[in-house]
Ligand binder design. Structure first.
Ligand SMILES: CC(C)(COP(=O)(O)OP(=O)(O)OC[C@H]1O[C@@H](n2cnc3c(N)ncnc32)[C@H](O)[C@@H]1OP(=O)(O)O)[C@@H](O)C(=O)NCCC(=O)NCCS
Length: 161
């Protein structure tokens, strides 16, 4: 069952994210701040957070928001599936939900940032598998040898004036 996240989920989401083994401690702490800010104020600015729960256990989540100063571009800031559930299609279902939700709100373009390191190769394959295009690559962005990779997908109709 997909449902909006609540403040009571924060510890679970932080733990799930940490346990994937993909994120640096600093990034995991940032997630906690992002979730706190979301519940305090950012939900008013149409930030969106949803968790997939089965049998009372959260197995994955997404967090996304409109990009400021753009015409209906959105960012998927966080997506993670619990370590034991990965590779069974849940990430794809979460992505499809996000795309439909953004589309329903008139959104146009969805961007996702990730790392260029070999560690994130499965993550990059995941975005390519679900129809995302490699839109940008900035070497050494996060750190020397750790570049920024941006994936994009059109979720809304293109209107050329
Ligand atoms: C990336 C992630 C959200 C994908 O969710 P998922 O449920 O594992 O993905 P799905 O089962 O829907 O899709 C599987 C595809 O994703 C890729 N993939 C990425 N990570 C994978 C993993 N751990 N296990 C299996 N496949 C994985 C593969 O390309 C696979 O397709 P293939 O088997 O045909 O090659 C999830 O693996 C995850 O949480 N990873 C760690 C955190 C992370 O990288 N988050 C994104 C940060 S930008």
């Amino acid at each position: 069952m997909l449902r909006p996240i609540t403040p009571a989920d924060t510890d679970v989401l932080v733990e799930l994210t940490d346990e994937t083994g993909f994120f640096k401690p600093m990034e995991v702490e940032t997630l906690r701040e992002v979730l706190d800010d979301y519940h305090a104020v950012n939900h008013i600015h149409n930030h969106r957070g949803f968790a997939w729960e089965e049998g009372g256990k959260v197995l994955g989540y997404v967090y996304y928001a409109p990009a400021a100063m753009t015409d209906r571009t959105w960012y998927l800031y966080w997506i993670a599936v619990s370590k034991d559930t990965q590779g069974q299609g849940l990430g794809g279902r979460l992505l499809e939900f996000v795309e439909q939700d953004i589309r329903d709100q008139g959104g146009r373009l969805l961007l996702i940032e990730t790392s260029s390191t070999p560690h994130y190769e499965p993550t990059r394959r995941f975005y390519l598998k679900y129809g995302y295009t490699l839109a940008a690559n900035i070497p050494d962005y996060y750190a020397d040898g750790d570049g920024l990779v941006v994936f994009s997908k059109r979720v809304g109709r293109m209107v050329v004036v």
